[in-house]
Ligand binder design. Structure first.
Ligand code: HEM
Length: 479
């Protein structure tokens, strides 16, 4: 009974995520078409699109990772179905409020809603409190879910075991599975940044309702915003990696990946350093203490390189010169790891202070974060969705469809991203609804981006058509 409840809710998450994904990609293509001047939107409409697109994308790929790790975690510990259900209900409710505040109330402060923008009220007056309420609802739902999963892990594993510290000694007596270690490391980061998000929202509400008698410190608000935003965007990738550590070998018909001393060390490093890497978003803020800028650069390297190193090493060992069973799921994982690494390199280049002087707020930024999201984390979750849905129908998606899906995803994704990278290298700024004539290549690149993004969308539609029926069967089955 319990298992079937988890099957149903996971299938429901998958359908909700894919429907919102398709809608958000359409918003993304509309933005690129507007930047190419093929269509013409009011600037306000462009920025409401951008705000909804950014926040919905971050939200859905976060919950997709959470739903997947919750489903897999049931293999190791008993988790709470009701925490999962609460998160689902609050997510849907929060997204509806977000979309209404933007599309009806015209709220358009961007996905980071950086102080003091949400308080400028360049839209319906009610839209700001509705937007902040939507963020609070999402934050509370996700916090309950994360705390509940953490509590489940801590019921079975001791504090040191859950972080695999015994693997740093010779001959550890017990094994902490890599999935448990990475899930725990990630949950620590998620809980920390969600608590910071709650503080941020309370401070914004306080300023909104004080009618000018209380004004927040702008630098503190920017630090809190990026602590939350940067950290959650990275942690959701690690949720995807936890899935890969558990499923890649299993799907490929290979022995399970084990936690070694270097896997344990790398992920413990990541847990600590990811919490200070966000300082690289404030390099241009001259009032930020200089020490934080240096920490930002070093932490950007230390947070990304060890985890990337051990994951890439594990995946190369798993596929190099050995016969493995390929299916759509592990191909998606494999391509996703490549996308994650390429995007990660783009991010590390940008996080290096000398380069940031040139690349800051250019299209290089959406270039790298779209690489590890659209061609990294999204593929990790799609791989999970496929593996999950296949369990209930037993059959593979027809070979020609899976081949077509992969080809269109890679082709569409690479072209869409290349247009951002070339734009960034050409110093074209990000977040411009239309480009001044001085940026001579900007319009053409936007059109190329929109065209290839449409190819990517076709791949997603094919994928959705193939797995949605299986998921709906699970949701409506009587067992
Ligand atoms: C093919 C799919 C996608 C398309 C066509 C697309 C398109 C766009 C465009 C045109 C922008 C504005 C760029 C600018 O600053 O000029 C943007 C921003 C953004 N996108 Fe995407 N995107 C896609 C997928 C994704 C995915 C998968 C994610 C995250 C998981 C994502 C997250 C974001 C975020 C966070 C922003 C920043 C919004 C802001 O600045 O407030 N996008 N996207």
């Amino acid at each position: 009974m319990e298992t079937s409840k988890f099957n149903k809710i996971t299938a429901l998450w998958i359908v909700v995520v894919l429907v919102l994904f398709i809608a958000s990609i359409v918003l993304g293509i509309i933005m690129r078409l507007n930047q190419s001047e093929v269509i013409s939107l009011y600037p306000t409409t462009f920025y409401t699109d951008m705000t909804v697109h950014g926040l919905t994308m971050i939200g859905i790929w976060f919950v997709a990772g959470m739903a997947a790790i919750n489903y897999i975690m049931e293999r190791y510990v008993k988790t709470s179905f009701y925490a999962n259900l609460t998160a689902l209900i609050l997510t849907v409710f929060g997204v509806v409020l977000l979309w209404v505040s933007a599309f009806v109330g015209d709220f358009h402060a961007g996905w980071t809603f950086l102080h003091p923008l949400p308080l400028k009220l360049m839209w319906e007056k009610w839209a700001t409190p509705m937007f902040l309420t939507s963020m609070a609802i999402l934050g509370i739902g996700w916090l309950i879910w994360s705390l509940s999963l953490t509590a489940s892990l801590l019921k079975k594993y001791s504090f040191s075991q859950v972080f695999a510290w015994q693997h740093l000694t010779k001959d550890p007596k017990t094994e902490t599975p890599p999935f448990v270690l990475i899930s725990m490391v990630t949950l620590v980061g998620i809980i920390t940044c969600l608590i910071v998000a709650v503080v941020l929202i309370v401070l914004l509400f306080a300023e909104y309702f004080s009618r000018g008698t209380f004004v927040n410190d702008a630098l503190l608000m920017k630090n809190l915003t990026y602590f939350f935003g940067h950290t959650i965007a990275n942690e959701m990738l690690y949720l995807g990696l936890a899935i890969i550590y558990e499923l890649f070998s299993e799907i490929s018909g290979k022995p399970k990946w084990k936690t070694t001393w270097y896997v344990a060390l790398a992920w413990n490093f990541t847990m600590v350093f990811i919490l200070t890497a966000f300082f690289h978003h404030l390099y241009m803020d001259f009032v930020q203490p200089e020490g934080f800028q240096i920490i930002g650069q070093l932490a950007s390297y230390f947070a990304s390189l060890p985890a990337a190193g051990v994951t890439v090493f594990s995946i190369i060992i798993a596929v190099y010169k050995t016969k493995i069973k390929w299916s759509l799921a592990n191909i998606l994982f494999f391509v996703g790891v490549a996308g994650w690494v390429v995007g990660g390199l783009g991010a590390v280049i940008d996080a290096t202070i000398s380069n940031n002087f040139i690349l800051h707020n250019t299209l290089w930024v959406p270039a790298h974060f779209h690489t590890y999201n659209a061609m990294g984390n999204v593929l990790f979750s799609l791989g999970f969705f496929y593996w999950f849905s296949k369990q209930f129908s037993g059959e593979e998606i027809k070979y020609k469809f899976s081949k077509l899906t992969i080809i269109l995803l890679i082709l569409g994704g690479a072209g869409f991203l290349a247009a951002f990278y070339f734009g960034g290298a050409d110093s074209i700024p990000r977040r411009y609804s239309t480009y001044p004539v001085e940026f001579t290549t900007a319009k053409t690149l936007a059109l190329i981006g929109a065209t290839f993004a449409s190819v990517y969308l076709i791949a997603i539609l094919i994928f959705f058509a193939n797995i949605s029926k299986r998921c709906l069967n699970v949701i409506f089955s009587r067992s």
